[in-house]
Ligand binder design. Structure first.
Ligand code: SF4
Length: 419
């Protein structure tokens, strides 16, 4: 098995109508269809009730076994390769530094986010554990197997961080706690810190505090959408999904109080119809609050309600990546940047030589996320090819250099050093 998928890939050099950005009007999701009653809530998996036998590799041609967290979790293909529970090769990277775990239930996620492969509207098409998510398969692995392997590796573990991704499910809060407890009972969270990718819809302040008390290091909120309108359209009532912008911000503020500066952050998907100015204003707001921004480039996930739309043109993505990095790590401010009448960044407000050095470092173009053991601005969570095919990389899961930088500069329309 490989974690490199190319099906569904669309060239991202330019967006719809040759535009170098994805405008709001062209990013409308399809509406979800109706799921027959006997296909809802994982009915097929539950009624067949096949017992799982160790690691399960997604295969929608066979009957999916009945697996549930906290006994089972799913993990990214990159994490499964690195952990050694599946085989495969990743283009230009040998392993990932983040063990991304995802809660799993036959009922799946009860939300319906338009860009997400895990969404509820897919119930009739694919059992939950077989759904693609950020372009790759997510094998299901017993939590005991994971903890045994990591504990026995000790200081030699390839992982610099573990992350528990919650989903929208009534058991999600308690099972996140159970998974975290199982982890910390055998693995020192100082050695491999834990991040929580939260599900604010089912959480309150006490849940946030409980995770902090149990040893979680960083708490993130996947706003995903950069504006309330896009949030509503892609993950709220626009697609019969339960999420609310205000609730996400409420939990984000709780995380800020409880986890403190540099220990909370947001996920933002770029290219779902917001302007570059809007997204960088959000980035600035989060930094002013003391948090960090983890960015994803919109990719039309196969089977999602947005799979017919254009991936974010690389020009738009590179400009936002650069602006985000400057604000997150180099003390730049959105107010010093200049934007054109369509909200595109045209000037980052830095002297040419300084900007050149930052571009040539390649750091702004690496995958952004929670840090590992290398540097604060190098993410442990490198999500290889989670937001693009390897043939047209959006977030670099490795250090870009040489030809990569040349290509990035072309996409930024800054082909040569400024000074
Ligand atoms: S809540 Fe998360 S997992 Fe569920 S559909 Fe939305 S983005 Fe996907």
């Amino acid at each position: 098995m490989s974690c490199v998928k190319t099906e569904g890939a669309q060239p991202a050099e330019s967006g719809r109508d040759g535009l170098d950005f994805n405008p709001f009007e062209s990013m409308t999701p399809r509406l979800p269809g109706k799921t027959p009653k006997d296909m809802q809530n994982g009915a097929r998996v539950k009624s067949s009730n096949v017992a799982p036998q160790g690691v399960y590799r997604p295969d929608y041609n066979i009957l999916t076994p009945h697996m549930r967290s906290p006994e089972y979790v799913q993990m990214s293909t990159a994490a499964a390769i690195t952990l050694g529970v599946t085989t495969g090769r990743m283009y230009r990277c040998s392993c990932t530094r983040c063990l991304n775990l995802l809660l799993t239930y036959p009922e799946g996620c009860r939300a319906n986010c338009a860009y997400c492969g895990l969404a509820r509207h897919r119930e009739a098409e694919r059992d939950y554990a077989d759904r693609n998510f950020i372009r790759v398969d997510w094998p299901a692995v017993p939590m005991d197997v994971i903890v045994d392997k990591i504990a026995s590796d000790g200081a030699d573990s390839p992982f610099h961080r573990m992350c528990i991704s919650m989903i929208t499910h009534p058991r999600s809060d308690d099972d996140t706690v159970a998974v975290l407890k199982k982890w910390t009972s055998r693995i020192d969270p100082e050695a491999i810190p834990v991040s929580i990718l939260s599900n604010p819809t089912t959480m309150g302040r006490r849940d946030v505090q409980r995770l902090k008390d149990l040893g979680a290091d960083i708490f993130t909120v996947a706003l995903d959408a950069a504006t309330p309108e896009i949030f509503d359209r892609t993950r709220g009532k626009g697609v019969q999904s339960p999420h609310k912008w205000a609730k996400y911000w409420e939990v984000l503020m709780d995380a800020r109080d409880i986890f403190g500066p540099e220990k909370f952050g947001v996920h933002i998907i770029v290219g779902m119809g917001e302007t570059e100015h809007e997204v960088l204003q959000l980035v600035q707001r989060i930094v002013d609050l003391g948090g960090h921004n983890h960015m994803f480039c919109f990719f039309p996930e196969q089977g999602s309600l947005m799979d017919h739309l254009s991936a974010t043109p690389r020009d738009q993505w590179r400009r936002v990546q650069l602006g985000r990095y400057l604000i997150d790590y180099r003390g730049a401010r959105v107010e010093q940047m200049k934007f054109d009448d369509r909200g595109r960044a045209v000037d980052f407000g830095l002297p040419g030589g300084e900007l050149d050095d930052i571009i040539d470092s390649g750091l702004p173009f690496r995958t952004s996320g929670c840090p590992g053991k290398v540097a604060e601005d190098i993410s442990a969570c490198d999500r290889p090819y989670g937001d693009s095919p390897p043939s047209d990389i959006a977030s670099f899961p490795f250090q870009p250099k040489g030809k990569d930088i040349k290509k990035i500069r072309k996409q930024l329309d800054i082909p040569h050093r400024l000074v």
